[in-house]
Write a protein that binds this ligand. Structure first.
Ligand code: DGL
Length: 257
């Protein structure tokens, strides 16, 4: 089984890409909803939670782990790899490289949680892959919480998204990287604001391809998806239609770990 986790619902955007790439694989998706959001928490807490959730998934039989969370990857993927040396761990990092490589204006922006914004890992990613391209890092406090509580149409959120995207476009950025898996569910809000002035970069499909390369015999399971959470696991299943993932529901079972 492939274990996939996030602080909450955001990683379901990665799970959808994984299911598309590996339709016969078995997945357990763990949402750490008792601790969401991670993005405003100290690194020590995020590391503790990532190690606990990773250990739980391994105990449940996961032999490959996908950290479907940029914040958790930035703060703790190294610690998770050290804790499970025999298990491949795929992390999610903002698509700085494809954005910088394809930018025509030489300016890109990355939307991230406050925790990812201050991380050393993001700084290193920019230093190694932005190659002369100007990168604007935009922390977006509360966006993940709005997605998590399915308040996708909240006027306060819409106003904040409009303000941040307008200021990014004013900087002449032509690639906007979705650097938090929750933000994939805000594409219907963001895309109309940028029209043809910029492209959104999401790495979910790239993460799925990387997982596919590592999956081996895990690719050939029975195509089951278990959804579980540290609080209110039933909310995950219920959220699928609102996140435009209703098509996954037929394959999904919900359970408490
Ligand atoms: N979905 C997560 C990410 O990709 C974090 C959201 C949060 O818990 O703050 O960064």
């Amino acid at each position: 089984m492939i274990g996939v986790f996030d602080s909450g619902l955001g990683g379901l955007s990665v799970l959808a890409a994984l299911v598309k790439a590996l339709p016969q694989a078995d997945f357990t998706y763990y949402a750490d909803t008792a601790h969401v959001p991670y993005g405003d928490k100290p690194d020590t807490l995020i590391q503790r939670r990532v190690l606990a959730v990773g250990a739980e998934l391994v105990t449940q039989g996961a032999t490959l782990l996908v950290v479907a969370c940029n914040t958790a990857t930035a703060a703790a993927v190294q610690a998770l790899r050290t804790a499970h040396p025999g298990i491949p761990v795929v992390g999610v990092e903002p698509g700085i490289k494809p954005a910088a490589a394809s930018s025509r204006t030489g300016r890109i922006a990355v939307l991230v949680t406050p925790s990812t914004a201050r991380s050393t890992r993001l700084r290193h990613l920019i230093e190694s892959h932005a190659g002369g391209v100007e990168v604007h890092v935009e922390p977006c406090p509360d966006w993940a919480t709005h997605v998590e509580t399915l308040r996708l149409d909240d006027p306060a959120l819409i106003a904040d998204v409009q303000r941040r995207i307008a200021s990014i476009l004013d900087r002449d950025a032509d690639r906007i990287v979705l650097g938090c898996t929750h933000y994939s569910f805000l594409v219907p809000v963001i895309a109309p604001l940028i029209a043809d002035r910029a492209e959104l970069i999401d790495v979910a499909d790239a993460v799925a391809r990387q997982t596919q390369r590592l999956a081996g015999s895990l690719a050939h399971g029975s195509g089951q998806i278990h959804l579980t959470a540290s609080a209110h696991p039933e909310r995950l299943h219920a959220a699928l239609p609102r996140l435009r993932l209703a098509y996954l529901a037929a394959r999904v079972t919900t359970r408490n770990l």
